[in-house]
Write a protein that binds this ligand. Structure first.
Ligand SMILES: *Cc1c(COP(=O)(O)O)cnc(C)c1O
Length: 356
């Protein structure tokens, strides 16, 4: 299939924000990518246009039954001025896995990456170059057919928007406080836990609010069937270092298959660190901590890259991990991943895709 992308230049570009004051997902660039789908006609009318509100029929399916998916990745400016994407093919592949789960039509994965590249190229001057800043890319698809019925939509809109973002933690890498959720669940075997869809996040807000009210940064999710096994931390994958081996939940359909998770596992294997992708209980984590065998814990995701865990509460049990300091593996993973992304380190696995 051959796609072309039409281009309408924004006649009134915005002033760029102060790069020192960048937060996360608060400002957007001058252009966006759009493409329509209609049953019988397929994906068509790919276009880059000025960033602006979109209009939707109030009956649009996404507004009622949440047929929506999204992705997140970043692009970085290297010291030599080149603009680099990190493993965008993985986001394209995961998009189609999510689409399959939600009865959204597949997209061409090569074109998906080309569309991201074309939009980033258009707004290239928006890629910030201060250390730890990047341009966050948000591709998403919404069901736009106007009807009130529960069935897959016959019309969709695929959009990509861009947002310059600052370091996730303003004071640099620092340990988080995590609340183990033992009441609500995020996912269960057979549910949509492995799909990146808006509905999963709306359902998790209640727990996040509870954790915040108790003074915690994020929630650790337990499995939906027994509330025993460790699954994820907020919107990131969870890792625990016990007896020198790194434990993380396996991909059995209940957790999101993180691209950072995959990269972390690859790097650990390169370094000869044992990785155990298997089910483990929160009870085992607490026991390992009591016995002095838990050396560090961290979460992985595109937004923060690596986020060390300093404290954990589960019901009335509390633990402080590694004296609330950043562990050696967490630090090394963070430095290596961000080094590869920024071009400061070599890229042995060909994860980087350079623009032109
Ligand atoms: C996006 C996400 C992750 C992390 O995935 P990355 O590809 O590493 O950014 C982990 N868990 C959930 C629930 C997510 O939404």
């Amino acid at each position: 299939m051959k796609y072309e992308i039409s281009f309408t230049k924004n006649p009134s570009p915005k002033a760029k924000p102060d790069p020192a004051g960048l937060g996360f997902g608060e400002v957007f660039t001058d252009h966006m990518f759009l493409m329509d789908y209609e049953t019988g006609r397929g994906w068509r009318d790919a276009r880059i246009v000025p960033y602006a509100p979109i209009s939707l029929d109030p009956a649009a399916a996404v507004l009622h039954y949440a047929q929506e998916m999204f992705e997140g990745l970043k692009t970085y400016k290297a010291k030599d001025g080149s603009v680099r994407l990190f493993r965008p093919d993985m986001n394209a592949k995961r998009t189609n896995e999510t689409n399959d789960r939600l009865c959204i039509p597949r997209v061409d994965e090569t074109f998906y990456v080309d569309a991201i590249k074309a939009l980033v190229e258009t707004d290239r001057t928006w890629v910030p170059d201060r250390p730890d800043t990047s341009l966050y890319i948000r591709p998403f698809i919404i069901a736009t057919e106007a009807f009130l019925g529960v069935r897959p939509s016959n019309r969709y809109l695929f959009l990509i928007i861009l947002s310059p973002v600052g370091p996730y933690y303003k004071e640099g890498l620092s340990p988080t406080r995590i609340f183990v959720e033992d009441e609500y669940i995020r996912s269960a075997q057979g549910s949509t836990g492995a799909a990146k869809i808006g509905g999963n996040y709306a359902a998790g807000l209640k727990s996040q609010e509870k954790a915040h009210a108790l003074g915690f940064t994020q929630v650790l999710w337990l499995d939906g069937n027994e509330r025993k096994y460790v699954e994820e931390i907020g919107t990131s994958n969870a890792f625990f270092v016990i007896d020198g081996a790194v434990f993380t939940a396996p991909l059995t359909g209940t957790i999101l298959p993180g691209i950072t998770r995959d990269s972390v596992i690859r790097l650990l294997k390169d370094w000869g660190v044992p990785v155990r992708e298997e089910r483990f209980t929160i009870e085992e984590v607490f026991r390992a901590h009591e016995e002095g065998r838990l050396s560090e814990a961290f979460a992985s995701g595109t937004a923060a890259v690596i986020s060390p865990v300093g404290a954990l509460r589960w019901t009335d049990r509390n633990m402080i991990i590694n004296d609330n300091r950043i562990g050696d593996l967490s630090r090394k993973l963070y430095d290596t991943l961000t080094g590869i992304q920024s071009g400061a380190l070599p890229d042995p696995h060909n994860w980087i895709v350079e623009l032109k």
